[in-house]
Design a protein around this ligand. Structure first.
Ligand code: ZN
Length: 104
């Protein structure tokens, strides 16, 4: 049932579904795991802050009619929001790395 592939480090034949090579212990996903968590937390934090700030700014704009002044700030926050979303997608993709993915 499991497809087999070569380990990216020791080249032994292992199951493609495993996160870690049973022969040499090679675990490519673990290298990005800690960084991924930090970036993930930052991305979630950025998403929350920018979403809250955008909501607050739009309320202010509605009340005071200062849409023109808030425009650049809203654009910057939107940029942050998109960046955070892209970071989350990159992390999600990085999690699927297995030892056999490294073999070209
Ligand atoms: Zn190996």
């Amino acid at each position: 049932m499991d497809e087999q592939g070569r380990c990216g480090q020791c080249r032994s034949l292992i199951s493609q579904g495993v996160d870690r090579c049973p022969d040499c212990g090679y675990e490519p996903a673990s290298q990005g795991r800690i960084i991924g968590r930090i970036v993930g937390l930052l991305a979630v934090f950025t998403l929350c802050v920018t979403t809250g700030a955008l909501g607050y700014l739009s309320l202010l704009s509605l009340q005071q009619g200062t849409v023109g002044q808030a425009g650049p700030l809203v654009a910057a926050l939107l940029g942050l929001w998109i960046g955070a979303a892209v970071a989350l997608v990159a992390i999600f993709r990085g999690r699927t790395r297995t030892p056999t993915n490294d073999v070209v």
